[in-house]
Design a protein around this ligand. Structure first.
Ligand code: FES
Length: 136
């Protein structure tokens, strides 16, 4: 009987030690998983777009109309395939599972659930030439 009690107490003490160690290490694990926000990567487009022009990059599509210039990600929000731009439909279409997005990145159809991210675009027109800087 006393042997069972000793065994129970020994096991209980082990569990208490493990719980204390986990409690003390939790802040350390959270610190290790802490992620520093990454700096935006700047991509220069050395091309002056006319109204209605579309510029395709590996990672984004740059649109220009009379009022605005904007960049939309080319990475599908479903599983990450690279989107193609359909000039006929004026949509971004995923070749993998046919998700469709407007030129403003809004999801229209397909298995993707989220809209495409938009990137900030800055127009440059002096010094280093003409074009745009896109912040990815
Ligand atoms: S990866 Fe684009 S719809 Fe599946």
């Amino acid at each position: 009987m006393t042997e069972r009690r000793r065994s129970f107490l020994r096991n209980g003490w082990t569990w208490i030690q493990l719980a204390a160690a986990a409690t003390l290490c939790y802040p350390l694990f959270r610190f290790v998983r802490f992620q520093v926000p990454k700096k935006p990567r700047l991509v220069k487009v050395e091309k002056q777009l006319k109204v209605g022009d579309v510029y395709l990059d590996q990672e984004f599509v740059l649109f220009h109309d009379a009022a605005d210039t904007w960049a939309v990600s080319r990475t599908c929000t479903h599983l990450g395939c690279r989107l193609n731009f359909s000039e006929k439909d004026h949509l971004l279409i995923c070749p993998c599972h046919q998700s469709m997005f407007t030129t403003r990145g809004e999801r229209v159809a397909g298995p993707a659930k989220r809209n495409l991210p938009l990137f900030a675009v800055e127009r440059i027109s002096e010094g280093n030439g003409k074009g745009y800087i896109v912040s990815l």
